[in-house]
Design a protein around this ligand. Sequence first.
Ligand code: ZN
Length: 138
Amino acid sequence: MKSYRRELTFHTNTRRAYVNITPDIERALAESGIKEGLCLVNAMHITASVFINDNESGLHSDFERWLEKLAPEKPHSQYAHNGYEDNADAHLKRSIMGREVVVAITNGKLDFGTWERIFYGEFDGMRDKRVLVKIIGE
Ligand code: ZN
């Protein structure tokens, strides 16, 4: 069995962002040389997510509004976590959107459903944050 590991770094210019990282994962898969197996992609930070959904900007606006209703960023004082930090909302948003995805690899490709794409969800950005890609197989 082959094993491949790579860290990707993302730095968004806004506190919250939704980034289509599918091309980055496809490059990693090509570099791995693995044709059959599994690909894990996870955020290495507890205020960011990796998730699979539609690459459609209206939906991303809907995610943003929905998450702000569930866990509004402000006022920062509404959260017990916010003492030295102001990112309690980001922890909560990440919990809803998830930590990782696993995608099957078939014939050297990510074996997606028709509209599935991989996204990095940033909830406390404007700094370097890492995503782990681990691929195992043959
Ligand atoms: Zn925190």
